[in-house]
Ligand binder design. Structure first.
Ligand code: PEP
Length: 254
Protein backbone atom coordinates (compact mmCIF):
# COMPACT_ATOMS: atom_id res chain seq x y z
CA UNK A 1 0.00 0.00 0.00
CA UNK A 2 1.37 3.40 -0.99
CA UNK A 3 1.48 5.97 1.75
CA UNK A 4 -0.32 9.26 1.09
CA UNK A 5 1.69 12.25 2.28
CA UNK A 6 0.76 15.91 2.52
CA UNK A 7 3.98 17.82 3.10
CA UNK A 8 4.63 21.51 3.65
CA UNK A 9 7.97 23.06 2.75
CA UNK A 10 8.18 26.35 4.62
CA UNK A 11 11.46 27.27 2.87
CA UNK A 12 13.24 30.32 4.38
CA UNK A 13 10.10 31.65 6.02
CA UNK A 14 8.95 32.08 9.64
CA UNK A 15 10.69 33.63 12.60
CA UNK A 16 10.74 31.60 15.81
CA UNK A 17 7.41 33.02 16.99
CA UNK A 18 5.78 32.65 13.59
CA UNK A 19 6.92 29.04 13.31
CA UNK A 20 5.43 28.10 16.68
CA UNK A 21 2.20 29.91 15.87
CA UNK A 22 1.82 28.27 12.47
CA UNK A 23 2.62 24.79 13.80
CA UNK A 24 0.15 25.29 16.68
CA UNK A 25 -2.60 26.30 14.28
CA UNK A 26 -1.92 23.43 11.88
CA UNK A 27 -1.96 20.98 14.77
CA UNK A 28 -5.26 22.35 16.07
CA UNK A 29 -6.92 22.24 12.65
CA UNK A 30 -5.80 18.71 11.86
CA UNK A 31 -6.22 16.96 15.21
CA UNK A 32 -7.06 13.31 14.60
CA UNK A 33 -6.65 13.58 10.81
CA UNK A 34 -5.88 10.10 9.53
CA UNK A 35 -6.29 10.19 5.76
CA UNK A 36 -2.63 10.91 5.05
CA UNK A 37 0.71 11.36 6.72
CA UNK A 38 1.03 15.08 7.54
CA UNK A 39 4.48 16.59 7.39
CA UNK A 40 5.85 20.09 7.92
CA UNK A 41 9.39 21.16 7.09
CA UNK A 42 10.28 24.40 8.89
CA UNK A 43 13.69 26.07 8.64
CA UNK A 44 16.42 24.21 10.57
CA UNK A 45 16.55 26.81 13.31
CA UNK A 46 12.88 26.30 14.17
CA UNK A 47 12.82 22.52 14.07
CA UNK A 48 13.41 21.85 17.77
CA UNK A 49 10.66 24.15 18.95
CA UNK A 50 8.19 23.01 16.26
CA UNK A 51 8.97 19.45 17.26
CA UNK A 52 7.79 20.27 20.79
CA UNK A 53 4.63 21.91 19.46
CA UNK A 54 3.61 18.92 17.34
CA UNK A 55 4.80 16.27 19.81
CA UNK A 56 2.18 13.53 20.28
CA UNK A 57 0.10 14.83 17.39
CA UNK A 58 -0.44 13.47 13.88
CA UNK A 59 2.01 16.01 12.44
CA UNK A 60 5.53 14.85 11.60
CA UNK A 61 8.48 17.12 10.96
CA UNK A 62 11.26 17.09 8.41
CA UNK A 63 14.35 19.01 7.36
CA UNK A 64 14.57 20.90 4.09
CA UNK A 65 18.10 19.67 3.39
CA UNK A 66 21.04 17.90 5.04
CA UNK A 67 24.76 17.37 4.53
CA UNK A 68 26.11 13.92 3.77
CA UNK A 69 28.65 13.77 6.59
CA UNK A 70 27.41 13.06 10.11
CA UNK A 71 29.63 15.54 11.98
CA UNK A 72 32.87 17.47 11.67
CA UNK A 73 34.36 20.63 10.25
CA UNK A 74 31.58 21.58 7.84
CA UNK A 75 30.66 25.07 8.94
CA UNK A 76 27.04 25.95 8.44
CA UNK A 77 25.90 22.43 7.58
CA UNK A 78 23.43 20.12 9.34
CA UNK A 79 23.62 16.32 9.40
CA UNK A 80 21.05 13.58 9.31
CA UNK A 81 21.73 12.60 12.90
CA UNK A 82 21.18 16.21 14.00
CA UNK A 83 17.80 16.24 12.24
CA UNK A 84 16.91 12.94 13.83
CA UNK A 85 17.93 14.21 17.26
CA UNK A 86 15.33 16.99 17.17
CA UNK A 87 12.54 14.67 16.09
CA UNK A 88 12.64 14.67 12.29
CA UNK A 89 11.31 11.67 10.41
CA UNK A 90 11.79 13.07 6.93
CA UNK A 91 14.18 15.25 4.95
CA UNK A 92 13.74 16.94 1.57
CA UNK A 93 16.67 16.22 -0.75
CA UNK A 94 17.52 17.87 -4.07
CA UNK A 95 14.82 20.54 -4.09
CA UNK A 96 15.02 22.52 -7.33
CA UNK A 97 16.02 25.63 -5.37
CA UNK A 98 19.00 23.71 -3.94
CA UNK A 99 19.91 22.55 -7.45
CA UNK A 100 19.49 25.96 -9.11
CA UNK A 101 20.69 28.36 -6.40
CA UNK A 102 23.25 26.25 -4.56
CA UNK A 103 24.62 24.13 -7.38
CA UNK A 104 23.53 20.73 -6.09
CA UNK A 105 24.30 17.96 -8.55
CA UNK A 106 22.78 14.51 -8.87
CA UNK A 107 26.03 13.10 -7.48
CA UNK A 108 25.76 15.22 -4.33
CA UNK A 109 22.08 14.39 -4.03
CA UNK A 110 22.95 10.69 -4.24
CA UNK A 111 25.31 11.06 -1.26
CA UNK A 112 22.70 13.01 0.67
CA UNK A 113 20.06 10.35 0.05
CA UNK A 114 22.38 7.68 1.39
CA UNK A 115 23.21 9.83 4.43
CA UNK A 116 19.52 10.37 5.13
CA UNK A 117 18.86 6.64 5.04
CA UNK A 118 21.88 6.01 7.28
CA UNK A 119 20.25 8.32 9.83
CA UNK A 120 16.92 6.53 9.47
CA UNK A 121 15.27 9.53 7.89
CA UNK A 122 12.87 9.16 4.99
CA UNK A 123 14.27 11.24 2.14
CA UNK A 124 11.92 13.01 -0.25
CA UNK A 125 13.87 13.12 -3.50
CA UNK A 126 12.78 16.08 -5.66
CA UNK A 127 13.07 15.95 -9.41
CA UNK A 128 11.64 18.16 -12.13
CA UNK A 129 12.23 19.76 -15.50
CA UNK A 130 12.69 23.40 -16.45
CA UNK A 131 10.22 25.10 -18.79
CA UNK A 132 12.75 25.01 -21.67
CA UNK A 133 13.12 21.26 -21.20
CA UNK A 134 9.37 20.76 -21.41
CA UNK A 135 9.04 22.99 -24.43
CA UNK A 136 11.85 21.12 -26.16
CA UNK A 137 10.17 17.78 -25.44
CA UNK A 138 12.96 16.79 -23.06
CA UNK A 139 10.96 16.25 -19.86
CA UNK A 140 11.41 12.48 -19.71
CA UNK A 141 15.08 12.68 -20.62
CA UNK A 142 15.77 15.20 -17.86
CA UNK A 143 13.89 13.20 -15.25
CA UNK A 144 15.60 10.02 -16.32
CA UNK A 145 19.01 11.64 -15.85
CA UNK A 146 18.05 13.01 -12.43
CA UNK A 147 16.74 9.62 -11.31
CA UNK A 148 19.73 7.70 -12.66
CA UNK A 149 22.21 10.05 -11.00
CA UNK A 150 20.41 10.44 -7.70
CA UNK A 151 19.65 6.75 -7.30
CA UNK A 152 23.03 5.44 -8.45
CA UNK A 153 23.97 2.18 -6.71
CA UNK A 154 20.72 2.07 -4.81
CA UNK A 155 19.76 -1.44 -3.73
CA UNK A 156 16.11 -2.36 -4.08
CA UNK A 157 15.42 -2.34 -0.35
CA UNK A 158 16.53 1.31 -0.10
CA UNK A 159 13.95 2.20 -2.73
CA UNK A 160 11.29 1.00 -0.32
CA UNK A 161 12.39 3.68 2.13
CA UNK A 162 12.28 6.78 -0.03
CA UNK A 163 9.64 9.11 -1.42
CA UNK A 164 9.88 10.87 -4.79
CA UNK A 165 8.43 14.33 -5.44
CA UNK A 166 7.85 15.42 -9.02
CA UNK A 167 8.11 19.19 -9.05
CA UNK A 168 8.18 20.81 -12.49
CA UNK A 169 10.41 23.83 -11.93
CA UNK A 170 8.16 26.06 -14.04
CA UNK A 171 5.30 25.40 -11.61
CA UNK A 172 7.15 26.13 -8.35
CA UNK A 173 6.12 29.42 -6.79
CA UNK A 174 4.77 30.67 -10.10
CA UNK A 175 1.05 30.05 -9.68
CA UNK A 176 1.25 27.87 -12.83
CA UNK A 177 0.27 24.32 -11.94
CA UNK A 178 0.73 21.29 -14.12
CA UNK A 179 -2.71 20.08 -15.17
CA UNK A 180 -3.76 16.82 -13.51
CA UNK A 181 -3.22 15.08 -16.88
CA UNK A 182 0.28 16.52 -17.30
CA UNK A 183 1.25 15.56 -13.76
CA UNK A 184 -0.28 12.09 -14.04
CA UNK A 185 1.57 11.42 -17.29
CA UNK A 186 4.90 12.20 -15.63
CA UNK A 187 4.09 10.28 -12.44
CA UNK A 188 3.21 7.24 -14.57
CA UNK A 189 6.47 7.65 -16.45
CA UNK A 190 8.47 7.78 -13.19
CA UNK A 191 6.72 4.69 -11.84
CA UNK A 192 7.25 2.77 -15.08
CA UNK A 193 10.90 3.70 -15.24
CA UNK A 194 11.52 2.67 -11.64
CA UNK A 195 9.57 -0.51 -12.21
CA UNK A 196 12.00 -1.48 -14.96
CA UNK A 197 14.93 -0.94 -12.63
CA UNK A 198 13.69 -2.04 -9.25
CA UNK A 199 10.70 -4.23 -10.09
CA UNK A 200 6.96 -3.73 -10.17
CA UNK A 201 6.35 -4.31 -6.46
CA UNK A 202 8.77 -1.59 -5.39
CA UNK A 203 7.53 0.85 -8.02
CA UNK A 204 3.86 0.28 -7.21
CA UNK A 205 4.59 0.79 -3.51
CA UNK A 206 6.52 4.02 -4.06
CA UNK A 207 4.89 7.26 -2.91
CA UNK A 208 5.20 9.91 -5.62
CA UNK A 209 4.21 13.42 -4.57
CA UNK A 210 3.37 16.31 -6.86
CA UNK A 211 4.67 19.81 -6.11
CA UNK A 212 4.24 23.08 -7.94
CA UNK A 213 1.67 25.73 -6.97
CA UNK A 214 -0.64 23.26 -5.24
CA UNK A 215 -3.55 25.22 -3.77
CA UNK A 216 -6.89 24.32 -2.20
CA UNK A 217 -8.62 24.95 -5.54
CA UNK A 218 -6.51 22.51 -7.56
CA UNK A 219 -5.60 19.83 -5.01
CA UNK A 220 -8.76 17.72 -5.40
CA UNK A 221 -8.34 17.25 -9.14
CA UNK A 222 -4.61 16.51 -8.84
CA UNK A 223 -5.13 14.05 -6.00
CA UNK A 224 -7.81 12.23 -8.01
CA UNK A 225 -5.13 11.01 -10.43
CA UNK A 226 -4.10 7.41 -9.93
CA UNK A 227 -0.37 7.99 -9.59
CA UNK A 228 -0.41 11.15 -7.48
CA UNK A 229 0.03 10.07 -3.87
CA UNK A 230 0.07 13.44 -2.17
CA UNK A 231 1.74 16.82 -2.35
CA UNK A 232 4.84 18.79 -1.51
CA UNK A 233 3.47 22.28 -0.92
CA UNK A 234 5.45 25.51 -0.71
CA UNK A 235 3.54 28.80 -0.50
CA UNK A 236 0.17 27.34 0.45
CA UNK A 237 1.70 25.49 3.41
CA UNK A 238 2.44 28.80 5.13
CA UNK A 239 -1.23 29.34 5.89
CA UNK A 240 -2.77 26.81 8.26
CA UNK A 241 -6.13 27.10 6.56
CA UNK A 242 -4.87 26.32 3.06
CA UNK A 243 -2.66 23.49 4.32
CA UNK A 244 -5.69 22.01 6.04
CA UNK A 245 -7.88 22.37 2.96
CA UNK A 246 -5.28 20.71 0.76
CA UNK A 247 -4.90 17.89 3.29
CA UNK A 248 -8.61 17.27 3.03
CA UNK A 249 -8.19 16.39 -0.66
CA UNK A 250 -6.78 13.14 0.67
CA UNK A 251 -9.96 12.44 2.61
CA UNK A 252 -12.24 12.62 -0.41
CA UNK A 253 -13.22 9.63 -2.50
CA UNK A 254 -11.84 9.93 -6.00
C1 PEP B 1 8.00 23.71 -3.29
O1 PEP B 1 8.64 24.52 -2.67
O2 PEP B 1 8.38 22.55 -3.29
C2 PEP B 1 6.79 24.14 -4.00
C3 PEP B 1 6.16 23.25 -4.70
O3 PEP B 1 6.42 25.46 -3.87
P1 PEP B 1 5.00 26.10 -4.32
O4 PEP B 1 3.92 25.21 -3.78
O5 PEP B 1 4.99 27.45 -3.69
O6 PEP B 1 4.98 26.14 -5.81
Amino acid sequence: MRKTIIAGNWKMNTTADEASKLATEIKARLTGFNHAELLICPPYINLAQVSKVVNKSVIKIGGQNLYYEQSGAFTGEISGQMLKSVGCDYVIVGHSERRALFGETDELINRKLKAALDSELIPILCIGEQLEDREAGLTEKVLEKQLDGSLKEFPTDWMEKIVVAYEPVWAIGTGKTATPEQAEEVHRFIRDKLSQEFGGTVAEGLTILYGGSVKPDNSDSLFAEENIDGFLIGGASLKAESFERIAHSASKES
